[in-house]
Design a protein around this ligand. Structure first.
Ligand SMILES: [Fe+2]
Length: 309
């Protein structure tokens, strides 16, 4: 009997220790890391020889609420980077009153040329989802819901600032003398992407670099962009896996992209074509899951440079 009780005592202290570690991790993830913003810097050699370098700020997945002052303040400091171009890959909103806070946070970035697409969390207000299910499979494709967020108001503010919407649309911008051809889609996570509306081989005589922009990097979208000859594809949505394993990485991408490419700069190959792929881990989270672990929130300053000769 004495031996049995000592085994039970050891087991109980083991469970208590595990519980304490678990609580510590949740506290760290929700009180510290969710606001531990980082600026990722990458160099992407996609411009023709002789082109000047372009500084492109990629922001994504703000999921902004009026009360998230830490995120607003960090984003408001990004203008000091003085980028040449801003690419916003969606999920800006997390509250019906968030539009003026997004506009104020972006601040002087709205004076810079910009392009954007929408994500599901621009269209629809966030709802509670079991966070355990997020780690086991892609979140259910949200059905259209009546509670829409005021994304048309945000779109008006973006357009008044001169930013260009790329929802199932092509556009060309000349930035610092570099002709950039953009093609974008609506959100593939909602099955609202219509790449066919913008499809076709990239015509090199009309532009210097081709960039595909989409919210959720589903294979059907990024593969079609690569097959058409895009130099760079820019996306968000994955949150970098959001709750990751230290020294291992992400467990999920919340779409059909492999976890090795859940965030940062990688490449996408289709047949004989290769595109650079940049996926942002994003700046925010759903207000119903305000934690990040081993996956800090981020924006990225991409420096586009000339391809090696
Ligand atoms: Fe998101």
């Amino acid at each position: 009997m004495p031996r049995t009780s000592s085994v039970l005592r050891a087991a109980a202290s083991g469970v208590a220790a595990l519980g304490a570690v678990g609580l510590g991790c949740v506290a760290y993830a929700g009180l510290y890391e969710v606001n531990a913003y980082r600026l990722r810097r990458v160099e992407v050699p996609v411009l023709p020889a002789g082109s000047p370098a372009l500084r492109v700020l990629h922001i994504s997945d703000l999921h902004l609420t009026p009360w998230n002052r830490a995120r607003q303040q960090w984003v408001s400091r990004l203008a000091a980077l003085e980028p040449d171009l801003v690419i916003d890959t969606g999920d800006n909103l997390a509250h019906t009153d968030a539009v003026p806070f997004v506009v104020a946070s972006l601040g002087r970035l709205l004076d810079v040329p910009g392009v954007y697409v929408w994500g599901s969390n621009d269209y629809y207000a966030p709802t509670f989802k079991n966070p355990v299910l997020y780690l086991t499979r892609p979140s259910r494709q949200p059905k259209p819901r009546p509670e829409q967020l005021p994304w048309p108001d945000l779109g008006r503010a973006f357009k008044e600032a001169g930013w260009v919407e790329l929802t199932d649309t092509r556009a060309t911008l000349e930035v610092n003398g570099v002709r950039i051809g953009f093609r974008g889609t609506d959100d593939a996570h909602l099955n609202q992407d219509h790449y066919a509306a913008v499809a076709g081989r990239v015509e090199r005589s009309e532009l210097d670099v081709a960039i595909g922009v989409t919210h959720a990097p589903y294979r059907r979208v990024i593969d079609a962009m690569t097959a058409d000859g895009h130099d760079l594809i820019v996306a968000g949505h994955t949150h970098g896996g959001q709750i990751c394993v230290p020294f291992y990485g992400a467990l999920v991408t919340n779409c059909d992209l492999d976890v090795a490419r859940v965030k940062g700069l990688s490449s996408n190959r289709v047949g004989g074509h290769t595109s650079a792929l940049h996926v942002s881990a994003g700046l925010g989270t759903s207000p119903y899951a305000p934690i990040r672990f081993a996956c800090p929130p981020e924006a990225t300053l991409m420096t586009l440079t000339a391809k090696p000769r």
